[in-house]
Design a protein around this ligand. Structure first.
Ligand SMILES: Nc1nc2c(ncn2[C@@H]2O[C@H](COP(=O)(O)OP(=O)(O)OP(=O)(O)O)[C@@H](O)[C@H]2O)c(=O)[nH]1
Ligand SMILES: [Mg+2]
Length: 378
């Protein structure tokens, strides 16, 4: 729910979504990306009033889209009662400033929107600290007088409009101070996590990773009977949860449910979620959960693989799971290095556990220990 006092009394914010089609980025692809931006926007509790798309050779340096197009979007937005324009690509601080003037609306980019969602969702102290740090670092170069936020969970920092540069400067100073404090807090949290991880050294560590909404928490619940919240919306999980589950009657592992990935994950977020994401980095095996029923599943796999690579996870430590087999009408089986499962129905999970055990404890290879060692004759 949006609780910002600066929100009109009806309480419901409305946005226009804007995408840019550049050479090599055809209109249909931009449209698909706008579908995801649409989902993100609704996940943030904001209504979508309309979409706009422009084709250009390069982004406009000053206003990202052309000035004429911007004026057109601004007018349409106001007619539709929208008070916010959300761009699917990252905007520079000056582009935001210029666009806010031309559009006469609050302007946000994709990263800013994702950060807003994270702010709304963060629950544990660790997640709140990580999110607040990411958000303030993102915000610092972008503060404008028109800046307002969708929710009020950021450490009591309110940036008031219309009070001139001096106020902005004071706000910036306050942000810098808060950022330093948050970094110190995070270091402490990270040390605790490292200690806890050391304590679990002797148990198998299996991390569930993958695109947001792929079904990680659903699978986690099946494996551990944990009752982690499952929702059909983006970024339901922000905190990595750890819980024991059995792989066989006598082999237990610690499973980690983790925050989902998304195309163009803001780098501030990745940086401040470092300690959470390390559950993936240090796992013995990573289960890469893919929503195989999603029209863009192939892109989502690529995003997942790229993030895993950034986290330093080699492909040989990853097992790919094609989830939601029930929607696609598939039976549990292996295909192209992946395993089909349905986390919701619980099908394919026994096969999956067997495959995990095979991977982690390869059957004794039958090398005859009595055979003479190979020697090279002098
Ligand atoms: N049909 C079907 N739906 C599934 C399956 N697994 C998960 N879902 C649904 O997919 C949605 C997302 O599931 P989650 O488990 O919350 O996904 P997640 O990967 O944890 O998502 P985030 O925490 O947002 O990153 C929910 O509506 C689930 O019920 C499945 O095997 N089949
Ligand atoms: Mg989840």
């Amino acid at each position: 729910m949006v609780t910002d006092t600066q929100v009109p009394s009806s309480g419901q914010r409305r946005a226009v979504l804007v995408g840019l089609s550049l050479p090599g980025q055809p209109g249909w692809l931009v449209e698909e990306h706008l579908d995801e931006l649409d989902e993100l926007t609704r996940s943030a509790g904001v209504e979508v009033a309309a979409r706009a798309q422009q084709q250009r050779k390069t982004p406009h340096a000053g206003t990202f889209i052309g000035r004429g197009k911007a004026e057109e979007v601004g007018q349409a937005a106001r007619e539709l009662g929208a008070d916010l324009a959300i761009f699917d690509d990252d905007l520079s601080a000056s582009q935001v400033k210029n666009l806010e003037e031309v559009l006469d609306l609050q302007v946000m980019d994709r990263s800013g929107l994702i950060l807003e969602i994270f702010v709304q969702r963060a629950r544990t102290r660790e997640a709140r600290t990580q999110v607040e740090l990411a958000r303030l670092e993102y915000l610092l170069p972008r503060l404008t007088r028109r800046w307002t936020h969708l929710s009020r969970q950021v450490g009591g920092i309110g940036v008031r409009g219309g009070e001139g540069e001096t106020q902005l400067e004071a706000d910036r100073r306050m942000l810098r101070k808060r950022i330093r404090q948050l970094k110190r807090d995070l270091e402490k949290i990270e040390r605790t996590r490292q200690l806890q991880r050391r304590g679990r050294r002797d148990v198998l560590q299996i991390a569930l990773a993958g695109y947001t909404n792929a079904g990680k928490s659903t699978l986690f619940n099946q494996l551990t009977r944990a009752g982690a919240p499952v929702e059909d919306r983006l970024f339901a999980t922000l905190d990595s949860k750890l819980r024991r589950g059995a792989l066989s009657p006598d082999i237990v592992a610690v499973f980690a449910d983790t925050v989902g990935f998304i195309r163009k994950l803001p780098h501030h977020l990745v940086a401040s979620f470092k300690s959470t994401l390390e559950e993936i980095t240090y796992a013995d095996l990573v289960l890469h959960v893919v929503d195989r029923s999603h029209p863009q599943w192939q892109d989502q796999i690529e995003v997942g693989e790229a993030v895993l690579k950034d986290l330093g996870v080699d492909a040989d430590r990853v097992m790919t799971l094609f989830n939601k087999s029930d929607v696609v009408g598939e039976v549990p089986r292996r295909t192209e290095g992946a395993l089909w499962i349905s986390a919701r129905r619980g099908s394919g999970l026994e096969e999956m556990k067997r495959a995990i055990l095979e991977r982690l404890q390869p059957p004794e290879t039958s090398i005859d220990s009595d055979s003479p060692e190979l020697t090279t004759d002098p």
